[in-house]
Design a protein around this ligand. Structure first.
Ligand code: GUN
Length: 282
């Protein structure tokens, strides 16, 4: 079994971004990402902090806009409109989840597609499905990069994705399909889930439940990608997969932390850069 090292590969991606940032800076452009955080969800605060730190490492400018949990939807929309109008901001993202009173769809629709660093705008989701997108959703695209950089072949493989969220499950399936895999999307209503996942050469779990993926669900020699960010009974960060039991059965597996998480952030850097390059028609 080999570990799919997201920390190592994300550092490589970040270095490549930093090189391309230099090219833009020579042309007078300093690519910048604006991150909006609404409320005081502690996990979101950590994610946003890591995104800002990653910008620094990749040579990107960043701005944070932190709004209180009782901000109105109109206040968030006003912040987005302001960032959308600014020439010196190339990418915008609004950290999810939002407080319940705020309509997520209205917020994601308000970020202009040409500044949509997450690829969550319906126009960009459509382009992704057509295979014509300039940016791709960070977590699924980061997983594809990790698999490719680590030499995992995707074409022709049986892939199973557990979870059908708009952020991970659905776009993950779409990107694997674009890599010519045969893809099955599994979810809470899937009948005999272990029978389905045992067919998978590549198994991606994006469920958000600790210890969800057990050894009986995994094919011998499978590549297992764990998108989960959960806490175990001791409050320790863990994924969806029972790592110690499953790992010996795999050919490759992502750890949590140090697997998918850093790749998500590295892809956000790539997306921000790509949006800045697009404006210069590079
Ligand atoms: N919340 C969990 N994942 C993400 C992500 O990729 N982008 C944003 N904006 N919020 C998230």
């Amino acid at each position: 079994m080999t570990i799919l090292d997201g920390k190592k590969v994300s550092a490589l991606v970040s270095k490549r971004v930093a090189q391309r940032v230099k090219v833009l800076q020579e042309r007078g452009i300093s690519p910048a990402l604006a991150v909006i955080l609404v409320g005081d969800d502690s996990a979101s605060q950590v994610y946003v902090r890591n995104k800002i730190l990653a910008c620094k490492a990749a040579g990107l400018r960043s701005e944070q806009v932190i709004l209180s949990a009782n901000s109105t939807q109109d206040e968030v929309l006003a912040v987005i409109d302001n960032l959308a109008a600014r020439q010196d901001i190339h990418g915008i993202l609004c950290q999810l989840p939002l407080p319940r009173r705020i309509n997520e769809e209205a917020i994601l629709n308000a970020i202009p597609p040409e500044k949509d660093a997450d690829c969550f705008h319906p126009v960009n989701v459509g382009r992704m499905s057509l295979g014509t997108a300039r940016v791709l959703p960070c977590t699924p695209a980061g997983i594809i990069t990790l698999l490719k950089e680590e030499g995992v072949e995707i074409a022709g493989k049986n892939c199973a994705v557990i979870g059908r969220s708009n952020i991970v499950g659905k776009p993950m399936a779409m990107l694997l399909l674009q890599e010519n895999a045969t893809v099955t999307i599994c979810h809470s209503r899937t009948r005999d889930l272990p029978a389905v996942t045992r067919q998978a050469d590549i198994l991606v779990s994006a469920v958000g439940i600790a210890k969800f993926v057990t050894v009986d669900m995994v094919k011998d020699g499978a590549v297992v990608v764990d998108v989960g960010m959960n806490r175990d009974e001791n409050g320790k960060l863990c994924g969806d997969v029972v790592f110690n039991a499953v790992a010996p059965k795999c050919s490759r597996i992502t750890p949590v932390p140090g697997g998918v998480g850093p790749m998500t952030i590295a892809t956000l850097m790539e997306n921000t850069l790509a949006l800045a390059e697009k404006r210069l028609n590079i």
